[in-house]
Write a protein that binds this ligand. Structure first.
Ligand code: ZN
Length: 136
């Protein structure tokens, strides 16, 4: 079984480092703290078999494209409109929302209840003529 760093696991599995951590917490991936050659302890992840699909990310992959995302893992606060994505020095995905807020990362919003949508994001989207949410 091949063991790699969280960052490498993220690249090999093509999911965000936040998703790798989410899978470790949820028991979908096995991870250990190991002491590296430099004597420092760090997390290593057991790479799963070819074709592995995470329940946590299948939801994100199978979802229709939408610019509306949660900015927190707990899916609390408001669902925001992602204006742009950049990578931090830790290679995390850093979203900039239309309203000016910066998220920790992005998490799929599978439902878009109107009361959860960020009002500022909706207003900017309207001003710029961007496709806005269409709650059923
Ligand atoms: Zn917003």
């Amino acid at each position: 079984m091949e063991k790699v760093t969280i960052r490498e696991a993220s690249q090999r599995l093509r999911i965000s480092t936040a998703s790798v951590r989410e899978c470790i917490r949820g028991g979908e991936l096995k991870a250990y703290r190991e002491t590296g050659p430099d004597g420092r302890a760090g997390w290593v992840v057991e790479l799963p078999e070819e074709g592995w699909v995470s329940a946590a990310t299948a939801q994100e992959l199978g979802r229709d494209f939408s610019p509306w995302w949660w900015g927190t893992l707990e899916r609390t606060g408001r669902i925001h409109y992602v204006e742009s994505l950049s990578a931090s020095s830790w290679e995390e995905t850093v979203p900039q929302f239309l309203c000016g807020e910066i998220g920790d990362n992005i998490w799929a919003a599978t439902e878009l209840p109107e009361e959860s949508l960020c009002l500022e994001c909706q207003m900017v989207a309207l001003e710029r003529g961007l496709p806005h949410a269409t709650p059923e």
